[in-house]
Design a protein around this ligand. Structure first.
Ligand code: MG
Length: 194
């Protein structure tokens, strides 16, 4: 298979960020709706108030972020093989810039939530394919949540890798679950073999 690009999620995938999403959802009162959709639909003044709660959690987690183990050598591996890297995240532009600068990371295309194409919608992935001139068959998605899987499927991207310890959450999701970046690299290497 020809792999010409990989779309990465940011939090939990490229960087380890200590989010307690269950706690955040509870504090915001999202009741099963995705956080960004929930917040966008609110009226003022509740809207600003709750956005600020989310931003407070995001800023705290972002400042504690650590680079995922082995991600840098994996990026070097991809660069050597001329495989492009895109970053698609529901996090803010401000936090993305902070993290890319902090860890000196570069991507061929970056989409943050200000673009308005939030996961689980596949719209942002389709935009990446268009901008990088890549076919969906030539692209893989690497993430850590069901949002990443849903977005990939909606965009028609079939090769989905999930970096997680608890595999059982992703049984029958159609994604390949790997525990480490090293294991992910081995899977990609195998895909590249003719
Ligand atoms: Mg994530």
């Amino acid at each position: 298979m020809k792999v010409r690009a990989i779309i990465f999620d940011l939090d939990g995938t490229v960087v380890e960020t200590p989010y307690d999403w269950a706690q955040i959802r509870e504090e915001l009162g999202t009741k099963g709706v995705s956080i960004l959709s929930y917040l966008s639909a609110l009226e003022e003044p509740e809207k600003s108030l709750k956005w600020n709660i989310l931003k407070k959690y995001e800023d705290a987690a972002t400042h504690k972020a650590k680079l995922k183990k082995d991600i840098r050598p994996f990026f070097t591996f991809l660069a050597r093989r001329k495989i492009k890297r895109a970053l698609v995240t529901n996090n803010s532009r401000k936090n993305v810039r902070f993290l890319l600068k902090k860890f000196n990371l570069k991507f061929d295309w970056v989409i943050s939530r200000e673009r308005g194409l939030w996961k689980p919608s596949g719209a942002s992935f389709l935009e990446v394919l268009r901008k990088l001139k890549i076919k969906k068959e030539e692209c893989c998605v690497v993430g850590d949540s069901h949002f990443d899987i849903k977005a990939a499927k909606e965009a028609g991207i079939e090769k989905i890798f999930i970096l997680r310890r608890n595999k059982e959450k992703f049984y029958s999701s159609g994604a390949i679950v790997v525990i480490t970046v090293n294991a992910l690299q081995k899977k990609i290497e195998r895909l590249l073999k003719p």
